[in-house]
Design a protein around this ligand. Structure first.
Ligand code: BGC
Length: 253
């Protein structure tokens, strides 16, 4: 275990994934572990799974953990696809206690912020100058905003109101599946959403992430928007990598 290693855990509505991370290249070291998210996904139940994953690797250093939530100073202020009792929970303190770590050895951040951090660090270096937004299209829409490579945390651009609707209820990737939309139909919705966003913040670059970015060639060319949109380079593991990077940045390890 050298200085260039970290550990990240990515908590989602269906699975909790963790792995040791090579912080020089932004890649997982060996195979990640994935355990289904417990139901109900209460803080204590989820903390047990996080501890199980970290223990399986025998990892004793700082740990970064993502949540699908607004997270300020370790405290969750929202809860998307996880139990509502997360709201108001000091997640960093909870995980640190469960892992037997000092409080400042555990860093908790929003899942899209983690994915964006990984992408800017290792996937799309061109994203480290100007105003750049990474959008994750999945069950919902997550966002990470960067100014000259520095994260402005907890933007919740997936919840912009577009045509009177919460944007993610119209344009998330899950909506494409649920409503069986064609790529054209879904891209039309995404375009409406991105146009609403770009009129407000005028980004220099948008990076499209989430599982559907694997099929970028099917829908990015269909977008009718002003800003250049490129697919994320890091795939499923961006959250794990970004969490590990954030833990290093904060703990200085
Ligand atoms: C939540 C965000 C989260 C995103 C992706 C949204 O519904 O409000 O906090 O980043 O989903 O999981």
């Amino acid at each position: 275990m050298g200085a260039a290693r970290g550990f990240g855990v990515d908590i989602g509505g269906s699975g909790i994934k963790g792995c040791e991370v090579d912080l020089e290249v932004g890649a997982l070291v060996g195979d990640r572990v994935r355990i289904p998210t417990p139901a109900p996904s209460t803080p204590d139940a989820v903390a047990d799974v996080v501890a199980e994953i970290v223990t399986r690797f025998g990892w004793t250093g700082p740990v970064g953990v993502t949540l699908p939530a607004v997270v300020k100073r370790g405290v969750a202020h929202s809860a998307a696809n996880i139990h509502k009792s997360w709201i108001g929970t000091d997640a960093a303190a909870l995980f640190a206690k469960r892992l037997g770590r000092a409080a400042d050895d555990v860093v908790v951040l929003n899942d899209a912020d983690a994915a964006g951090t990984a992408e800017i660090s290792f996937g799309r270096p061109e994203g480290s100058s100007g105003v750049v937004v990474l959008l994750t299209f999945g069950t919902g829409i997550g966002s990470a905003l960067f100014l000259d490579g520095r994260l402005v945390p907890n933007t919740e651009f997936g919840h912009l109101e577009i045509d009177g609707h919460d944007a993610e209820t119209r344009a998330a990737a899950s909506v494409k599946d649920e409503k069986d939309l064609s790529w054209e139909e879904w891209a039309h919705r995404v375009s409406r959403y991105v146009r609403g966003l770009e009129n407000l913040i005028w980004p220099d670059l948008i990076i499209a992430g989430g599982g559907v970015s694997k099929k970028a060639d099917k829908w990015l060319p269909l977008l009718d928007v002003r800003t250049k949109v490129v697919p994320a380079q890091l795939r499923n593991d961006a959250g794990i990598v970004g969490a590990a990077v954030a833990a290093r940045q904060v703990t200085g390890g």
